[in-house]
Design a protein around this ligand. Structure first.
Ligand code: FAD
Length: 320
């Protein structure tokens, strides 16, 4: 038996969320008294693979196939299912990011395994297998039981943290036969947004709402984001108005994010907005209205005009 963890790489590099996934899966495997098998797909340097050893990845299966460098969910799901069956997986663990969300349900169907997305912590109980996740737009927690012998879960960012258990990783190369029909849908090219931190992976997010009054006022938001190497985000009305692109909209109907630091400027803090940001480690709110609901969820609050405060923060960080 084993726990399988899918370690996605971005152009041959792992991110903090991958290391957190390995930390989580190592603890889960140890609690279940089974081995951990970390799976990497696509071309990647051995040194990068071995960096997973710091978090307890003693066994890594590398599908080092250039044909699979670009993530296609059908192909990746097929590969992960084959490896999970070969390794007699009891639980398959993926990050709850775009790729995890696309691949996990496919694996679940292929393996006839029950699946729970965006799990918040280690299972509440192993037998029966019960996990905890947020429900009703983050207003409550639900305990969900998976009864099938095999399970698939995706884990929310920042749900476990990094735990160092340094081991010497053993890397095994394995290229499974993949049905060529699955390659029929091909991503020919991926273009990364230049000089932009991807919102779903960002450690720091600077977000702004209708309080900024006009799309022309986003300069201070972008300046602070640049200084802090942060992603930019916005409330829903801002993207509905076309002030910012929909890819920046966070909340119940937008992206759900969990950065280490979320700065909300000119955002009232409606429940639908908070649903997308409440897992942030630290929330800083800037608002002219001391009664704004955002202060109810913020760790730090600044009562004031965002157009004044943001440039002052940028200046302070630039000089620090
Ligand atoms: P407002 O509510 O207009 O708030 C603006 C804030 O800026 C106010 O608190 C004001 O005091 C402050 N302000 C004004 N001037 C300044 C200044 N100069 N400096 C600092 N502060 C200032 N919303 C989302 O964001 N995400 C979602 O996913 C989402 N999904 C929804 C789903 C449904 C079904 C529904 C009904 C609504 C949803 N909404 C969502 C909308 C949500 O209810 C709120 O209307 C929205 O979040 C408000 O956006 P806002 O805070 O930018 O604007």
């Amino acid at each position: 038996m084993s726990v399988i963890a899918f370690a996605k790489n971005w152009n041959g590099k792992f991110k903090g969320s991958t290391y957190e996934l390995v930390s989580y899966s190592k603890k889960l495997a140890s609690d279940l008294s089974v081995g951990l098998v970390v799976v990497s797909i696509g071309e990647i340097a051995e040194e990068e693979l071995k960096s997973l050893g710091k978090y307890g990845a003693d066994r890594i299966i590398s599908v080092n196939d250039p044909k699979m460098n670009i993530l296609t969910s059908r192909v990746y799901a097929d590969v992960l299912t084959k490896i999970s069956e070969k390794e007699n997986a009891s639980v398959v663990v993926l990050n709850d990011n775009n790729s995890g969300k696309a691949i996990a349900p496919r694996i679940s169907v292929k393996m006839k395994a029950g699946m729970v997305a965006a799990v918040q912590e280690l299972p509440v109980s192993l037998d029966p297998f019960i996990v905890k996740k947020r429900v009703f737009s983050g207003k409550a927690f639900g305990h969900v039981q998976i009864d099938s012998p095999q399970k698939v879960i995706t884990i929310a960012k920042n749900c476990f943290g990094l735990v160092e258990i340094p081991v010497e990783s053993v890397v095994e190369e394995y290229i499974p036969e993949v049905d060529t029909a699955l390659f029929k849908v091909q991503v020919l090219e991926e273009e990364e947004q230049k000089n932009k931190v991807i919102l779903s992976d960002a450690d720091i997010v600077i977000s702004a709402g209708r309080g900024m009054r006009s799309p022309d006022n986003w300069g201070p938001v972008e300046d602070l984001a640049e200084v802090l190497n942060a992603a930019t985000a916005c409330s829903r009305p801002v993207s509905d108005e076309g002030w910012r692109g929909h890819e920046e909209h966070v909340g119940q109907t937008g992206k759900v994010i969990a950065p280490n630091l979320y700065i909300a400027a000119g955002i009232s803090g409606a429940i639908q907005h908070v649903a997308g940001i409440s897992r942030s480690k630290c929330i800083v709110a800037i608002n002219t209205d001391p009664e704004a609901p955002i202060f109810g969820v913020a760790d730090y609050g600044i009562i004031g005009d965002a157009m004044e405060i943001l440039p002052r923060l940028t200046e302070a960080f630039r000089n620090s």
